[in-house]
Structures are given as C-alpha cells and as structure tokens.
Ligand binder design. Structure first.
Ligand code: FSX
Ligand code: SF4
Ligand code: SF4
Length: 313
C-alpha cells in the first residue's frame, strides 16, 4: 500500500507531468506556471538524452502502465530519469505546436535521442489506417513518423507487445497489416538498434529499467527476440510457485482452486520468458498466475499462439 505522502507525491507529480510535458520550445508562454524544478530537470535531461514517445495501434495500456510505476515514482522518473519531450496522450501541448517541437528536438538531437514507440504500425494503404498528426495541412501517418524519427534516433524502444512483435493489432485477420517496429525497419532498411520491451502491457519496471539502462550503460543485452535479458531471461514455469503441484500432477480445475498447477485451465508458463513470478504486478500485490493463468503476453506469437487463453495448450 502507498502511504498518504507517497500518494500525494504521485498525484502532484502527475499534475506537474500533465502541465509540464510539453518540452522547452512548446512550453514558451506556459513556462511561468511550470514547477521550476521540473523545468530545470527537463532542460538538464534534454541536454543529454531526450525521449520522444509516439503511439500507433495500441490501447494506451503501455502508457498507463508507466504512470502506475510506484518505485521509482512517476515523479522521480520524470525528474531524474527520462526527459520525455513528446507523448501524445499526456502532454498538455497538442496539434502542430507539439509536433513542431517534436521534430525540432529530433533534428537538434539527431543520433542522440531515443524514440519510444507504443503500438503496432499499420502498413496497408500506405499507412493511412493510423494518422499520427497533421503539419501544414498534411496528414502524417504512423508509418511515416516511425520511419523518419526511427532513422534519426540513436536507439528505439519498442514498448509493449504490439510495437515489439505486432501483438493484438497483428492477430489473425490483420486487415491493416499491423507490423512491429523491427518489421518496419527491416522492410525499409533502417539500421537504428531496437530494444523490444514486450508485455500487454509491459511492467513499469521493464520500461523504466530499460530506459535507465540505456541512459546510463547503453543498450542492454537482449535475447533472440530482442528483449533485455535483465527482465526476460527466466522461464515462468521453471520458477513458478505452483511447480511443485505440476511435479505431483495436481492441477486446478478452476481459477479459485488454489492448490494445483494452472496448466489445465490454460497456463502458458512453460513457453514464456519474463520475471513476473518474482517482480509481480501492482506494486507486488499479485501476478497473473496467482489470479488466473499466464497467457504469454510477452511472447512474439501473442495473442494467436496463446489462444484460446483459458484452454490447455
Ligand atoms: Fe499493445 Fe500498448 Fe497491449 Fe495495450 O498501447 S501491448 S494493446 S496492453 O498498451 O500497445
Ligand atoms: Fe507452470 Fe503455469 Fe503450472 Fe506455474 S501454473 S507450474 S507456470 S503451468
Ligand atoms: Fe504476461 Fe504471463 Fe507475465 Fe502475466 S505472467 S504479465 S501473461 S508474461
């Protein structure tokens, strides 16, 4: 549980976040009302390594997950870890002003800034299924934005399973040709390194930890699916507290039956690599297997390979 003080600091920082997340140039005129500490931290961060966050086909769950970060608090993240200069959902700035600032930062920090991509990128119909903004009366598709900013960035973080592997938008059917960041880069010969941080949504620690690693030690070591080994190096099943039941052939028939491995009701843990078993979710309150089953949300084949979720694989 959060103490009252922690909750206040979260509330306050979210407010400061909403007010302050417009970057320097876009903030001109609004800067008088900003918290001076926030401005100075953002300016300091901007000098070194700004982050631009763009969104395509997703549910915004990745952003919400980041906002739920408890330790470090979102306040600490924004003041001390990331210099987030563009974020379509939570920034106060909007429209052309915000986009102009984003492109200004990208040009000024070419090769240095990190691009965070949330959601898949639709490739059908020249990318027209997802318009990410408009500049000088011209629509900019998510595809164009990903290509242009992706080429200019020093590194790219594909946040969530949609950006990492296609995820739900790329599930069976996929009329929009929803594609991952690395899929787009491969198709257009873009060489910027991509770090995948899957999860539908990704755990806030995976996002913050990967960004912090990037800023302090460079690109983290990744597995064959492009995920940082730091968070995705261990198998769920091999580390599951229910493994003893599996070994004794004791299986749960319902979600409420606590004594028993969850495989018969759909757990995909044996095929899944992530540290949820020890990191747990919601500030350590619980995790999927304790409540239901692991549906393999961090794996490249999700969701088709995990479907039906609640039936034995
Ligand atoms: Fe995808 Fe982000 Fe799943 Fe949602 O937007 S990873 S649909 S939880 O949150 O992209
Ligand atoms: Fe493996 Fe899932 Fe059973 Fe845990 S509940 S032992 S992860 S199959
Ligand atoms: Fe995803 Fe499985 Fe972790 Fe739940 S336990 S978040 S379904 S990888």
């Amino acid at each position: 549980m959060l103490s009252e003080k922690q909750q206040n600091s979260l509330t306050l920082s979210r407010r400061a976040f909403l007010k302050g997340l417009t970057g320097t140039a876009a903030g001109i005129g609004l800067s008088q009302i900003f918290n001076p500490t926030l401005i100075s931290a953002m300016t300091k961060g901007l000098e070194t390594h700004p982050v631009l966050w763009i969104q395509g086909q997703g549910c915004t769950g990745c952003s919400v997950s980041l906002l739920n970060s408890v330790e470090p608090t979102i306040k600490k993240i924004l003041l001390e870890i990331i210099s987030l200069q563009y974020h379509p959902t939570v920034m106060a700035s909007e429209g052309e002003t915000a986009l102009e600032n984003m492109y200004r930062v990208a040009k000024e920090y070419k090769g240095k800034f990190s691009l965070a991509v949330e959601g898949a990128i639709p490739m059908a119909a020249d990318g027209k299924y997802c318009i990410s903004g408009e500049l000088n009366h011209k629509e900019i598709t998510m595809l164009e934005m990903t290509k242009e900013l992706g080429e200019m960035a020093g590194s790219v973080l594909a946040l969530g399973t949609c950006a990492s592997y296609g995820g739900i938008p790329a599930a069976k059917g996929n009329l929009t040709e929803a594609t991952s960041v690395s899929g787009v880069f491969k198709k257009f010969g873009i060489k910027t390194p991509v770090v995948n941080i899957p999860g539908c949504p990704p755990h806030p620690d995976w996002i913050v930890g990967s960004i912090a690693h990037l800023l302090t030690k460079g690109i983290p070591e990744v597995d064959e699916n492009g995920r940082p080994l730091l968070f995705f190096g261990e198998n769920i099943h091999e580390n599951c507290p229910y493994l003893e039941y599996f070994d004794q052939d004791i299986f749960s028939a319902t979600f409420t039956q606590k004594k028993g491995c969850r495989m018969e009701i759909g757990c995909k843990g044996p095929d899944v690599y992530a540290d949820c078993f020890k990191r747990r979710w919601n500030n350590g309150m619980n995790w999927c297997v304790e409540n239901a089953v692991c549906i393999g949300c961090v794996e490249p084949g999700f969701p088709d390979a995990s479907s039906p979720f609640y039936e034995k694989a």
